[in-house]
Ligand binder design. Sequence first.
Ligand code: SAM
Length: 239
Amino acid sequence: MDAKIRLYVDHPLGQEQTVPLDRAQAHYLFGVMRQAVGGAVLLFNGRDGEWHATITDAGKRGGALRVDAQTRPLQMPPDLWLCFAPIKKARTDFIVEKAAEMGAARIVPVQTEFTNAGRIQRDRLQTHAVEAAEQCGGTYVPEVADLYRMDRLLDQWPGDRRIMFCDEALSDDQAPLAGDPGPWAIFIGPEGGFSDRERTRLREHPAAVPVSLGPRILRADTAAVAALTVWQQRFGDWQ
Ligand code: SAM
């Protein structure tokens, strides 16, 4: 039977594997999507690719699926992190959702000097990344990291990872993305932008490539999507 529903499960996937469903998944599949025993679902867990599965047990509080056959192998995104300063709740949700859709491998919320949020709800953001992967056909789910302080993050920065530093101060200049493929991270500042100290630190960082995203100052959520587009087009898996 054709399966249209895609579901993320935190469970190993392989032929003949039985996958139990928790209450929320059962509610979604049987209550919201009106599925029943014999129905077909596509499953992925971020590690084993995508699998066709058949519903074998459908209850109010749970259920079970039998895994039939693999439909797609795991497709890893390029080694790209999106480091961004969390902004208002809905806009932060948007950034996480778009980063997962656009193929970021890791999402790193960063506390900068002008970041209002002192903490994030990591689990809620991770759920947004899972839902984005479910709807966009992804077989991988980017990890949403805990909130990092920007100075600490840069202190521990891995030497081989370049930084695409999106610097709004360059908006009047031509500063396109240069460099080679490999591990990268995009840096997007908060609504108030990076502080002068942070901008200096990023500019002097040996891994940093300052980049302009055009002559207009973009909102942070727009800038995140624009930067992911530019990077994917230049070095990513869009070619
Ligand atoms: N308050 C800042 C100002 O008026 O200069 C604007 C900050 S902007 C809303 C948020 C972030 O988006 C910036 O820190 C930068 O990382 C990115 N950004 C926005 N427009 C950009 C541009 N034209 N070029 C490069 N980065 C940009």
